[in-house]
Design a protein around this ligand. Structure first.
Ligand code: AKB
Length: 340
């Protein structure tokens, strides 16, 4: 008998870390986790199995079919926006071919099981591409269908994979006689910048928020790489996990679209700085904008419209800006570094 499991790729990443800890605490699911690096020790007790390997390794993914009945795939592994610009072709391979491999695994699993396999995919505000800072000021909240002209490799990859997921769900091998036997239940969230009290992201362009906070808490000086007036949407990790699980448990018939924006609050970098300074008055934070990274952030919207998620599956963040800082980020980050 093969075992019913949830597969989580990118296990050590920011979202993977939070999701595995959350699902693991519930104790009602068997988790198979994958990452290219050894699994973080704190996550080991939550996982039925950890597979250290690359999502580009199709032999490795093929072996999973023999052992497990994968009911849901949370495909979280990716190379983020700044890192992707240093080696765009490698990023394309990981972000696009890796996703393609996981979608094929989902198809194969659904055929073996005779039932749909859920594929939960985090996309990003990087899928947007506004014309620059002036356009950003004018645009206001953008819906899922507006301004999708990404200028980064990561953004292009995310936008394309949103479409790829829909292709696998609706049209995969559409000319084949048994076309209707394929059931990938693809569900996608477009995330804003994420902030966790446990992990620091690596290689993103919205990282100035979490980096500022984690540096300040450790008494390390920080040079913020965007201008003080730069505004971006953010969300704390508990809300990101909640949105993934709420979308996964929404009745399929309620979902009127495949990609949903979710967001929580939209501070400027200066407002973020003020929050951090209030919590850590001795911190040393300067603004030293990096023109190239600033230009990327200038193409990402200042706010996104998540009303479709509210309408279709009742999305509402638990943490507004006050609660995010006062009840989650500041107390847990203080506790984390004081005990370190
Ligand atoms: C990044 O900055 O690349 C990510 C994202 C916005 O998806 N945090």
């Amino acid at each position: 008998m093969r075992k019913d499991v949830v597969l989580i790729t990118g296990a050590n990443g920011e979202i993977g870390h939070g999701l595995i800890a959350h699902l693991g605490e519930r104790k009602n699911l068997s988790i198979v986790a994958m990452d290219v690096q050894p699994l973080d020790k704190t996550l080991e007790p939550y996982c039925e199995r950890f597979i250290q390997g690359d999502i580009l390794d199709t032999m490795l993914l093929g072996r999973l079919v023999a052992e497990f009945e994968i009911r849901t795939i949370f495909h979280l592994a990716s190379i983020l926006s700044t890192k992707a610009e240093y080696n765009p072709e490698t990023a394309h391979r990981v972000n696009v071919e890796g996703t393609l491999n996981l979608l094929r695994l989902a198809v194969e699993q659904s055929q073996w099981q005779g039932r749909p396999v859920q594929f939960i995919y985090p996309s990003s505000i990087a899928a947007y591409g506004l014309a620059g800072a002036a356009d950003k000021d004018k645009c206001g909240k953008v819906t899922e269908d507006e301004c999708c002209n990404p200028i980064t490799m990561y953004g292009c990859n995310k936008l394309y994979c949103e479409h790829l997921g829909q292709y696998y769900m609706l049209h995969y091998k559409q000319l084949a006689a048994d076309h209707s036997s394929v059931h990938v239940d693809f569900r996608c969230l477009r995330f804003p910048g994420l902030i966790s009290s446990v992990t620091i992201p690596t290689g993103g362009t919205s990282d100035y928020g979490p980096e500022m906070l984690h540096h300040a808490a450790q008494g390390i000086p920080y040079a913020c790489f965007v201008r003080p007036d730069t505004r971006l949407p953010f969300m704390v990790m508990p809300d990101a996990i909640k949105s993934l699980l709420d979308l996964a448990s929404a009745p399929r018939e309620n979902l009127k679209q495949h990609v949903y924006n979710v967001t929580s609050f939209s501070p400027t970098a200066m407002e973020f700085y003020n929050r951090v300074k209030k919590a850590f008055p001795d911190s040393i934070i300067t603004f030293e904008p990096d023109n190239a990274r600033q230009s990327i952030v200038d193409t990402w919207p200042a706010d996104i419209d998540d009303s479709a998620a509210t309408r279709d599956w009742g999305w509402k963040p638990d943490y507004d800006e006050d609660r995010a800082f006062d009840e989650y980020l500041v107390p847990s980050i203080k506790a984390r570094y004081q005990s370190a």
